[in-house]
Design a binder for this molecule. Sequence first.
Ligand code: HEM
Length: 322
Amino acid sequence: METRRVILSIAVSSLFVFSFVDGLSFNFYAASCPSAEFIIRDIVTSSSSNDPSIPGKLLRLVFHDCFVEGCDASLMLIGNNTEQTDPGNRSVGGYSVIESAKKVLEMLCPETVSCADIIALAARDAVGIAGGPMVQIPTGRRDGMVSLASNVRPNIVDTSFTMDEMVKLFTSKGLSVLDLVILSGAHTIGVAHCNAFRGRFQEDTKGRFTLIDKTLDSNYAVELMKQCPVSAMASATVNNDPETPMVFDNQYYRNLLVHKGLFQSDSALLNENSTRTMVKDFANNQELFFVNWSQAFLKLTSVGVKTGNEGEIRRTCASTNA
Ligand code: HEM
């Protein structure tokens, strides 16, 4: 009980710190657009009940937005050589949900609610809808004016990254090793295309199986091979979490411990004693994961935010106002 109180009080104080560090504040739209958060939640809820792939898409969208140019909706901009055109972003989705929310908000409170805030709030709601913690996040992010494909590669993690490479990138965003382990827990929902993990095993022309990456459980790898045969369409996907794919829970960490992490970068979290201990702690205690998730999510959605007079409030998320 005492431990729980300490963890919760750390979480509450981090909410307090983050509300001021970045020039963001809670209920930023209280006067200018009081129903903004309700509207976003409503649209995320209805979109997710029509299409269960939406929560996973929205959660990945905020990660890819925040790591490139900060959480400024630069990923929403359409055009030649914008972030969306980089292969690393090809399978990112959920844009239409953000645009739907923006459309309603523009009718209700024109040029007030940023696309960057909609992305962060929608991802927060996606986690809640999937059964995860509902995190209160500050708002007041402004939309960026720059979106360059060339900024994507240096700022987005690849599944082939080593622990050191991942830690280096996360550190450069102000996120710790603990944040890396916690935010990787996002892979408790959503899907992946076969090419994201196919290199971990091999299927010869006669359909025979060879395990390449020995950190992967071989029965699980055989299952993956069946779902992703060489003949599979490029659009084929598998669930990130083979056990509870639609639920935001701590199953991801339990999967890791039995060598069922889908990506090489997931399995890498077991390579070092310190991160392995964190994985075990979260596998054993969902509440601990949820409390820590709330803090890490606040940090993620605060990366490089633009506030005050920086950037603008776009009228549509796909293009700048100019
Ligand atoms: C730490 C390194 C990470 C790597 C290497 C990584 C890599 C990937 C890859 C390759 C996919 C599959 C994409 C596809 O084939 O469609 C994926 C999916 C996903 N990732 Fe990550 N990711 C990382 C961290 C994160 C973080 C921090 C978050 C969010 C906080 C996140 C959220 C997701 C979600 C929700 C999906 C499922 C997307 C969907 O269902 O459409 N990932 N990730």
